[in-house]
Design a protein around this ligand. Structure first.
Ligand code: GAL
Length: 556
């Protein structure tokens, strides 16, 4: 996900705190007025699949002669996934559900953002997208046919609590929807893996107090989490509190979300105030999870990469990697897995008015508040020191690279070769396919934040220029994505067997094409194509290759 720049007319949002807490139907309509008109979906009941099974198309012919690249089943054929391994696909509520105003749902910040000038590149809204809200049964049957045994999806907070807050009413229709959806997954042998928060803050909370930039969000989140835990206990066995909280908290600071910051918070301090509140919300939810004796496991989904020094044997670049690892991964991993506190590099750089300090009790609550390590491991890249050196940056809070004081480089320092294969240009600022360095990255995670179990909670690639294609035979021939998945999965097997990294699941992002945040429908991450006129789904080569890989590498 990328951020857009700030050169747009001011987005329309009422001053934080000015919206009355009116939990009536009228109050809900008033919140939707902040968003504006919504496109109604073409149908408004859950479609029942005509058949409980889907016939897969005949397998695609080999991509290359076998002397150049192997068929999925012939990649490291002697290595198998451990038994119980989760072969999963991933989605997130805003990106796939559609039906944003149906069945009592409240608006979210993304329903609002997608209508602000410059909010989304191609003006995609979440109004209809894949309509998975009403088509989930067909989607479950389709992934079950591939042999997929887990689906990592997110629950939309604003469907359960349209007004978000702990003192506001529960929307029983929303609660029942996910209950049915969970049951349907289980009936089809697809384990439901649920994320409580994938960036879609109820808009009411932004209006009332500034969302997660305010400490008020903590108790409201914990209340929402408890409601959901109690409702689905025993059926969902793997839970995540937050998806990529670092990216989310960065988002709050950026256009247009920065018009809804809590009083006293500005774009510079927002990511850190947000991180503090999110960690408290996470720790509080996990504490409740354990007190309520909810069955199963819980963690949060971390993101980003550790970094490789751009210039080898360069001590500044090695230090830059440490700063990158601390700010990108350590901010949410040190608290949960090693110290209970922020990385020292962060507290040495950021004064307490930027980065609130944890009390001793809060540190205790943080530490151990995750049962496993989940990483959205899209890529591993080079990291360099600022051109004028780390010290010049750390000591100057107006430096453009302050406070992290490092920079990501997409090519090597020798001849300028790319760190990896390019995705679609829409994601090229952050994403490259980097299979060669995946093992050292995963090993690095295990060294820094040791854990007994790791999930690759998302990995994937948006196929270059797929959006420009109109012929189905070209769209389904997603070579870059197929190569990405096959090379990553081979490395994951080696990581498990040669490096002893306890990886127990891998979730392909994404189950289907979807609304890719600021890039809308223009960046295609799906292993299935969606026809946005008919909503019909079509498997791409990557889906069938993933299926073949897993079937042939399962424990007998
Ligand atoms: C992740 C995010 C997903 C998806 C993906 C591809 O960071 O959790 O929602 O957008 O990136 O960009």
């Amino acid at each position: 996900m990328t951020q857009t720049s700030t050169s747009f007319p001011a987005p329309s949002f009422p001053p934080v705190g000015s919206t009355p807490r009116d939990f009536s139907k009228k109050g809900l309509e008033h919140l939707w007025d902040l968003v504006g008109p919504v496109e109604a979906p073409p149908f408004t009941t859950t479609r029942i699949p005509t058949s409980t099974s889907v016939a897969l198309p005949s397998p695609p012919p080999p991509l290359y002669p076998s002397f150049y690249a192997r068929a999925p089943k012939d990649i490291l054929p002697q290595l198998k996934f451990p038994s119980g391994f989760k072969f999963g696909v991933a989605t997130a509520a805003y990106q796939v559900e559609g039906a944003v105003k149906n069945e009592g749902k409240g608006p979210t910040v993304w329903d609002w953002n997608s209508r602000q000038p410059g909010g989304v590149l191609d003006n995609t809204t979440g109004d209809v997208v894949d309509l998975q809200y009403f088509l989930y049964k067909e989607d479950v049957v389709r992934v079950a046919a591939l042999g997929v045994n887990a689906h990592s999806f997110s629950i939309s907070w604003a469907r359960i609590f349209p007004f978000g807050t702990a003192d506001s009413p529960v929307n029983q229709v929303g609660l029942k929807h996910y209950s049915d959806l969970i049951d349907y997954h289980i009936q089809h042998g697809v384990a439901p893996v649920a994320t409580l928060f994938h960036w879609d803050t109820p808009l009411a909370l932004s209006a009332y107090y500034g969302g997660f930039t305010s400490p008020h969000a903590v108790d409201d989140f914990i209340h929402y989490a408890k409601t959901v835990f109690a409702a689905y206990n025993g059926r969902v066995k793997t839970w995540y509190t937050f998806n990529e909280p670092r990216v989310f908290c960065g988002q709050t600071a950026a256009y247009p979300f920065n018009v809804s910051l809590a009083p006293g918070v500005n774009s510079s301090t927002a990511p850190y105030q947000c991180a503090y509140n999110v960690l408290k919300a996470h720790a509080g939810a996990v504490k409740a999870f354990r007190q309520m004796k909810i069955q199963g496991e819980i963690a949060l989904k971390n993101d980003d990469f550790i970094g490789i020094p751009w210039r080898s044997n360069n001590s500044e670049d090695s230090l830059a990697v440490e700063r990158h690892a601390a700010f990108q991964l350590g901010s949410f991993s040190d608290p949960l897995y090693t110290t209970g506190d922020w990385p020292k590099i962060m507290t040495d750089t950021l004064p307490p008015d930027f980065l609130p300090r944890f009390t001793e009790q809060e540190k205790k609550d943080n530490l151990g508040s995750a049962d496993f390590f989940a990483i959205d491991s899209y890529r591993e890249q080079f990291v360099a020191a600022p051109p004028d050196g780390i010290e010049a940056c750390v000591s100057n809070s107006s430096h453009p690279l302050w406070p992290a004081c490092n920079t990501v480089v997409l090519f090597d320092s020798n001849a300028g070769w790319a760190a990896g294969i390019s995705p679609d240009p829409l994601s090229e600022t952050w994403l490259q396919a980097t299979p060669n360095t995946l093992r050292s990255f995963l090993k690095g995670l295990q060294t820094r934040w040791p854990t007994k179990k790791m999930y690759i909670s998302e990995f994937g690639l948006d196929e270059p220029f797929e959006n420009l294609r109109t012929e189905m035979f070209q769209i389904t021939e997603d070579v870059a994505r197929t190569n990405y998945y096959m090379t990553y999965l081979g490395q994951i097997l080696l990581s498990i067997h040669e490096d002893g990294v306890p990886i127990m699941g891998a979730f392909a992002w994404a189950m289907i094409d979807n609304a890719e945040w600021n890039s809308g429908l223009s960046a295609k991450f799906g292993i299935q194509h969606v026809n946005y006129t008919t909503l019909e789904r079509t498997y791409k080569r990557s889906a069938l290759s993933l299926s073949e890989f897993f079937q042939s590498h399962l424990q007998n």
